[in-house]
Design a protein around this ligand. Structure first.
Ligand SMILES: *[C@@H]1O[C@H](CO)[C@@H](O)[C@H](O)[C@H]1NC(C)=O
Ligand SMILES: *[C@@H]1O[C@H](CO)[C@@H](O)[C@H](O)[C@H]1NC(C)=O
Ligand SMILES: *[C@@H]1O[C@H](CO)[C@@H](O)[C@H](O)[C@H]1NC(C)=O
Length: 271
C-alpha cells in the first residue's frame, strides 16, 4: 500500500497528511464588504456572449502551476496569478512574478493567512512586483529585499465581479483569470486526483471558505457535466496536473465559490 502511494505521488502530496490549514491560508478581512464597496464592479460589455467553453491557458494568460509548500500563502499565489494574467494581457508578455516578496515584506509569517485584495493593494502602493526569477519563492518567511527598480508589474487597484454564473463567464472571457476563494477540505487535498473527474464536495457554508485560487475557464465534460477550471498552487502532482475541474452549479457559486471574484487593473508600463 505504502509503495503504491509513493509511486503515484513522488512529491508526497498524498503521503504528507498535514492538516489542510497548512496548505491554504485564506483569511478574509472583517471589513471586506466595505472594502469591496469601494472598488468598482465589472459590467460586461453590451451584447457580449461568452463562449460555451473557455480555457485561458490557450490565450497565454496563465503561468505554470506553482507550489506554495507548507505555508499559508494561497492568497498570495491567487492574487499574483491574476496580476500575471492581466500583465500578460496588457503587454503580451507572460512572466511569472514573485510571491515571496509579499511574504517577506508584508505578511512576514507563513503561519498567518491573508486576502488577495491586500496583495493587490501592496502591488499598487509599493510600485509592483519583480519576476520570481529575481525574487524566488522559498516557502518560508525571510528578510524583506525591497529593490523598487526590479519591480515590473503593478496594478492600480482591483475590480469586483458579482457572483452570478453569466457575469463570471463574461469576465473570464473579456478580462482574463480571476482571483477566487473556495472551501478546500481534507478530501479535496488528499483524494482529488487526475482520475477523479469533475470535483464535487459536500455543501459548505460561507464561514468555511479557506483557500484562494485562480479561475481560468469553464467547460462541459461529456460524462460529468459543467465545470469551472481552476488553477491551484499545490504543485503539478496534485489534481489534474495542478488544476481542478470543479462542478459548475448554482450550489457551487453559492458555496464553494461564495466570495465575489476579484481581479487587478493592470496597464502596460510606460516605457
Ligand atoms: C505568526 O502568525 C501566527 C498566527 O497568527 C501567530 O501566532 C504568530 O505569533 C506569528 N509569528 C510572528 C513571528 O509574528
Ligand atoms: C537593484 O536592482 C537594480 C536593477 O536590477 C540593480 O542594478 C541594483 O544593483 C539593485 N540594488 C541593490 C541594492 O541590490
Ligand atoms: C480518501 O479516500 C479514502 C478511500 O476512499 C478514504 O478512506 C479516506 O477517508 C478519504 N480521505 C479523506 C480525507 O476524505
Amino acid at each position: 500500500m505504502v509503495i503504491l502511494v509513493l509511486i503515484w505521488c513522488p512529491f508526497g502530496v498524498h503521503t504528507d497528511l498535514n492538516p489542510i490549514k497548512r496548505y491554504t491560508g485564506l483569511e478574509l478581512p472583517k471589513n471586506r464588504r466595505h472594502l469591496l464597496s469601494l472598488s468598482d464592479f465589472y459590467i460586461p460589455s453590451k451584447g457580449l456572449v461568452p463562449p460555451e467553453s473557455l480555457d485561458l491557458r490557450d490565450k497565454g494568460l496563465v503561468t505554470d502551476v506553482k507550489d506554495q509548500g507548507h505555508c499559508k500563502s494561497c492568497y498570495i499565489f491567487s492574487a499574483v496569478a491574476s496580476i500575471e494574467g492581466q500583465f500578460a494581457k496588457a503587454t503580451g508578455k507572460l512572466v511569472t512574478l514573485s510571491e515571496q516578496k509579499y511574504l517577506d515584506c508584508v505578511s512576514h509569517n507563513c503561519s498567518k493567512g491573508g486576502w488577495q485584495g491586500d496583495v493587490f493593494n501592496y502591488a499598487r502602493t509599493d510600485g509592483g512586483l519583480p519576476k520570481d526569477t529575481i525574487y524566488p519563492y522559498v516557502g518560508k518567511e525571510q528578510e524583506c529585499h525591497n529593490n523598487k527598480s526590479q519591480n515590473i508589474a503593478a496594478d492600480s487597484g482591483y475590480m469586483t465581479v458579482s457572483r452570478d454564473e453569466q457575469t463570471i463567464k463574461s469576465a473570464l472571457f473579456e478580462i482574463g483569470p480571476l482571483a477566487v476563494s473556495l472551501f478546500a477540505s481534507n478530501h479535496f487535498r488528499y483524494n482529488y486526483t487526475k482520475d477523479s473527474g469533475v470535483y464535487r464536495d459536500d455543501p459548505c457554508s460561507d464561514q468555511k471558505v479557506n483557500h484562494g485560487v485562480l479561475l481560468v475557464g469553464y467547460g462541459v465534460d461529456e460524462k460529468e457535466g459543467p465545470f469551472w477550471l481552476i488553477k491551484n498552487s499545490w504543485g503539478v502532482e496534485w489534481g489534474e496536473r495542478g488544476y481542478v475541474r470543479l462542478e459548475r452549479s448554482s450550489r457551487n457559486v453559492a458555496c464553494l465559490m461564495s466570495q465575489q471574484p476579484i481581479y487587478p487593473i493592470v496597464a502596460a508600463p510606460a516605457n
